[in-house]
Ligand binder design. Structure first.
Ligand SMILES: O=C(CO)[C@H](O)[C@H](O)COP(=O)(O)O
Length: 226
């Protein structure tokens, strides 16, 4: 049985697949909302849609293989036509926090490489200001303790992400610090400050990147554009 949020995720995931046209190279995001998009894409491929995707996580790659979505990589593709991804928070200016699943680095690469970025969320992800969801920051394992202290000086309490009592390791072999900054009034500035810290690989702030956000409220869908 799907709960209210899951119904919204399924609705927007399936809706987003309609934006994919034959011949396109697609960036495939990560997370439970993207799952529905990849599943739908698999059905469309069965019906003759000619598309290739670059996955942003090992999990998404597994789903693509399961549902029959052909995969490619950046040695063969310079630019993606479209990237479709989820988010943890979306503010009124379509700025995003991503990285709840720890795939933020590859998600940012496929977002940057695409002509268009469509974000798919259920309505619980819409916020006035970013920051209630702790910001994910991917850091190199070497000296992560020092990196953590530098990040804390920017005004948060970072927590090293763990899974099943073990340190969570990203698909890139790095660690994730979940940084509770509270309300983030200037996402661009915070992102830039974080990126200046040696050891920070990438932040989950996606600033001025989303072109369109598809929001699911149960089965009702709303599209918000820049
Ligand atoms: O950024 C992400 C993973 O790194 C996801 O897109 C984000 O966490 C949303 O996930 P879900 O669709 O499961 O709510």
């Amino acid at each position: 049985m799907l709960n209210e949020a899951d119904i919204g995720k399924k609705a927007v995931g399936e809706e987003a697949a309609k934006y994919v046209k034959s011949g396109m190279k697609i960036g495939l995001g990560s997370g439970s909302t993207v799952y529905w998009m990849v599943k739908k894409l698999g059905e469309l491929v069965q019906q003759g849609l000619d598309v290739e995707g670059i996955p942003s996580s090992n999990q998404t790659a597994d789903w693509a293989r399961e549902f029959g979505v052909p995969l490619t990589n950046f040695s063969k593709v310079d630019q993606l036509d479209l990237t479709i991804d989820g988010a943890d928070e979306v503010d009124e200016n379509l700025q995003l926090i991503k990285g709840g699943g720890g795939a933020l680095f590859r998600e940012k690469v496929i977002a940057m490489a695409a002509k268009e970025l469509i974000i798919i969320v259920d309505k619980s992800k819409l916020v006035k200001h970013l920051g209630e969801f702790p910001l994910s920051v991917e850091v190199l394992p070497f000296g992560w303790e020092v990196t953590e202290k530098k990040i804390a000086l920017l005004g948060c309490q970072p927590t090293l992400r763990k899974k099943d009592q073990e340190i969570f390791v990203s698909d890139n072999g790095n660690y994730i610090l979940d940084c509770a900054f509270g309300e983030i009034m200037d996402p661009k500035k915070l992102h830039e400050q974080l990126k200046l810290i040696v050891g920070v690989v990438e932040t989950g702030l996606f600033v001025d990147m989303a072109n369109e956000v598809i929001v699911g409220n149960g089965n009702e869908i709303e599209v918000i554009s820049q």
